[in-house]
Design a protein around this ligand. Structure first.
Ligand code: CUA
Length: 219
């Protein structure tokens, strides 16, 4: 989970989130290089005294500064597309969890595992345990096995919600009348916190998600 002074991404708990962080760093590095170059050029313009009265066009330089940025953009576009398709790849999930967004709580169904169904409400601040996290803990956690492929089906019963867990790289909208699918693979045990991230009404901030990742034989 995110704690104080954490301005970047959370530590990943899944291979896909790891790839997302790599891509973020890659794109940021390119961005820094562009910013430094353009910043330097703009700064040096202030000290430029050269003037050419007869300069009307420059075919070659126009060509270079049109094509060069296009090539740089390809270095972002191709890894981005790779990731985009990688995120939608489903490889034989061992558990399917259906999460349904309500105003303002989540309910879950393990449709292929004993048909377990339960609601998951945030624990109010006045009832929170001493070691609990305010606005982030729930009464009924989702328990999922680690090191196995998990499929998530997301929908909503009233308005649009969004099932979002930063550490797993998952962010899927729950839309009434639709069923969205995603998948992930948790590669370590622990608690992973998430929140609804679609402005869904007055208590939008108070419908967190908690995943308890456990070894398969404990599941
Ligand atoms: Cu549900 Cu915001």
């Amino acid at each position: 989970m995110s704690t104080w002074a954490n301005l970047g991404l959370q530590d990943s708990a899944s291979p896909l989130m790891e790839q997302l962080i790599f891509f973020h760093d890659h794109a940021l590095l390119i961005l820094v290089m562009i910013t430094v170059l353009v910043g330097y050029l703009m700064f040096m313009l202030f000290f430029n005294n050269y003037i050419n009265r007869f300069l009307l066009h420059g075919q070659l330089i126009e060509m270079i500064w049109t094509i060069l940025p296009a090539i740089i953009l390809l270095f972002i576009a191709f890894p981005s597309l790779r990731l985009l398709y990688l995120l939608d790849e489903i490889n034989e999930p061992s558990v399917t969890l259906k999460s349904i967004g309500h105003q303002w709580y989540w309910s879950y169904e393990y449709s292929d595992f004993n048909n377990v169904e339960f609601d998951s409400y945030m624990i109010p601040t006045n009832e929170i345990a001493n070691d609990g996290f305010r606005l982030l803990d729930v009464d009924n956690r989702i328990v999922l096995p680690m090191n196995s492929q998990i499929r998530i089906l997301v929908t909503a019963a009233d308005v649009i919600h969004s099932w979002t867990i930063p550490a797993l790289g998952v962010k899927v909208d729950g839309t009434p009348g639709r069923l969205n699918q995603t998948n992930f693979f948790i590669n370590r045990p622990g608690l992973f916190y998430g929140q609804c991230s679609e402005i869904c009404g007055a208590n939008h901030s108070f419908m967190p998600i908690v995943i308890e990742s456990v070894p398969v034989n404990y599941f």
